[in-house]
Write a protein that binds this ligand. Structure first.
Ligand code: PLP
Length: 340
């Protein structure tokens, strides 16, 4: 099987498993788990933030950030296809009672001029705008990376208007592999950052939320309320530490394989267009008349696994367990014709 469904399908490597198996453990709610403490310190240090908290998922880190940064009735600004809105089960409303102002942007990225125009004036009719969230790389945009100048401008706008600036960095290391910044240089633009350890980094579970010490202290309370405070969590956190120390350099291989995937697919007559590929995500627009579910099914019959990604779109993702052999398999087995 060439499994292009997601960069979340990876198995921990034998060395990662060994590292996890040997991780010293303690009760993290008491602050006693050395492996959780090590991961939190490492993540915070890397991005130049005061503190970090280890959480069970990227949904949890994003939702905790929104909860801490806002009050019920506030409004946050994000892209209309942002993960925090589209793929987190309505959590913005459910957990925080907050409304959302959507921006259209381009390839999942929002633009600084658009943001400035959508911040509500201080008037009792309007919800209070309190936060901007961006995704880098952007999932729905096909893994596109922000121009750092745009991020700098958004950061300045947020400071001017007293808004919190949050990064949904589920794939932040894929972005850093392209924009060339160090995590510290990049991290300085944001108040808070969510980093997934279980996507391209290949750890089995977890995400880090990074930010100022007082923010992280509040985030720990919210994590507890959300039922996400764990005990001997070092058994999984250590997988994240191993990934941060060993799996960053290899992301460029995922990016190369995604470009190869796009080249192969562009040549198929059932493909209308492939969105530009910068990182590890390939979004394919299908010819008119084709159904994304049926296309995914026909690819699966050839042992090529991918996912429907909205109307007449499919997504293929490269990752730690997707090899050059899988790319050759795609090249040799991709169906020449698709049945509608
Ligand atoms: C995967 C992902 C998340 C977090 O998802 P979980 O499945 O909850 O870990 C957040 N944002 C983006 C853009 C993602 O792709």
């Amino acid at each position: 099987m060439a499994d292009f469904r997601s960069d979340t399908v990876t198995q921990p490597t034998p060395k990662m498993k060994e590292f996890m198996f040997n991780a010293p453990l303690g009760d993290d709610i008491w602050g006693d788990d050395p492996s959780v403490n090590e991961l939190e310190a490492l993540g915070a240090e890397m991005f130049g933030k005061e503190a970090a908290v280890f959480c069970s998922s990227g949904t949890q880190t994003n939702q905790i950030a929104i909860k801490v940064h806002t009050q019920p009735g506030d409004e946050i600004i994000c892209h209309e296809e942002a993960h925090i809105y589209r793929y987190e089960g309505g959590g913005i409303a459910y957990n925080s009672g907050v409304s959302v102002r959507f921006l259209r942007g381009n390839y999942g990225r929002i633009n600084p001029d658009e943001i400035a125009a959508e911040i509500n004036p201080d008037d009792q009719h309007h919800p209070i705008t309190t936060m901007v969230s961006i995704e880098d790389t952007s999932n729905r945009g096909g893994g596109m990376v922000y121009d750092v100048n745009d991020i700098q401008r958004i950061s300045e706008i947020c400071k001017q208007h007293n808004l919190k600036f949050h990064l949904d960095g589920a794939r932040v290391f894929n972005a850093l592999a392209i924009n060339g910044l160090t995590p510290k240089e990049y991290g300085a633009y944001f108040d808070t950052i969510s980093v997934c350890l279980s996507k391209g980094l290949g750890a089995p579970v977890g995400s880090l939320l990074l930010g100022p010490a007082d923010f992280i202290q509040k985030a720990r309370r919210v994590r507890k309320v959300f039922g996400g405070a764990m005990r001997q969590a070092g058994i999984i956190a250590s997988g994240g530490t191993y990934a941060l120390k060993n799996h960053l350099d290899r992301l460029k291989d995922d990016h190369r394989r995604a470009s190869q995937t796009a080249e192969i697919l562009k040549e198929q007559n059932w493909v209308k267009e492939v969105l530009p590929v910068q990182t590890n995500i390939v979004v394919v627009l299908l010819q008119d008349g084709l159904d994304e579910y049926k296309v995914v099914e026909q690819l699966a019959k050839k042992d090529i696994l991918c996912v429907p990604f909205g109307k007449k779109r499919i997504r293929l993702t490269t990752h730690l367990d997707l090899t050059d052999e899988d790319i050759e398999h795609l090249r040799n087995h991709v169906p020449k014709e698709m049945n509608a």
